[in-house]
Ligand binder design. Sequence first.
Ligand SMILES: [Zn+2]
Length: 129
Amino acid sequence: MRIGNSVIQKLTNLAKKSDVRSQHAAAILDNKGKIIVSASNYHLHKPYMGAIWKPEGEYTIHAEEAAYMKFIQKYRHLVKAGKSYIMVVIRIQRGGEKCLHSKPCKKCTQKINKLIKKKVISKVYYSVP
Ligand SMILES: [Zn+2]
């Protein structure tokens, strides 16, 4: 299946809003290529030194995780329906329009492999420059 330009454009716009240095966005699509959920990566603002919150968290939620969390919160029934979905992950050049390699980290690879095994995700696409 070909990933539509509108999907890439939407993810590019989303990634630009990310507060993480390495800007990523991910989407989960149905088998017709329609976006069900999308999300960028973001910093997690954890309480720091008691009640004081850091303006920028040192923990980041990766785009793949963020998209899947949204998917499972809103569309758990779709997983139960036994269909498989497609994941698209892009990384953009900060301040630019170009895509960069969005190869997943070890943690996301492990999570995604589990989802592939469970047949929740059938395919994953990553951006390349
Ligand atoms: Zn990751």
